[in-house]
Design a protein around this ligand. Sequence first.
Ligand code: DHK
Length: 146
Amino acid sequence: MAKTILIINGPNLNLLGEREPEVYGHKTLLDIESECRVITEKYSFKLIAKQSNHEGELIDAIQEARKSAAGIVINPGAYSHTSVALRDAIASVDVPVVEVHISNIHAREEFRHYSFISAVVDGVICGCGTDGYQYAIQRLISLLVH
Ligand code: DHK
């Protein structure tokens, strides 16, 4: 059975393509997931994508991934800056995790500069636009296949 990589997106990222395109770009979440799937298939990984606007559902997805995923790419959206619970869930996971921010959070409002998540992940991709998801997948694969 193919190993699974999970992409988790948090609140408001279901609106990608419509929401503040000058900040988050023009691609939809489905576009991004399809681009990532091209990469995962090349390396014989299965890609599962989850999005939720609810903190508890994101935590449930992370807890499930403890048993089922080989690695996780996560954009926690605004919960990056607020959620100790999400941070604790990620800290409980043994597989590699790469955090993505589409925008450069350090060049934006001060409340976005700190991510509770960054200290407990294996890598952070920030400010590379929606291409950041593909970079994160590439990084996960290189951690998983070497
Ligand atoms: C996405 C969001 O929804 C914001 O709340 C974060 C992040 C930044 C991003 O750049 O992908 O502050």
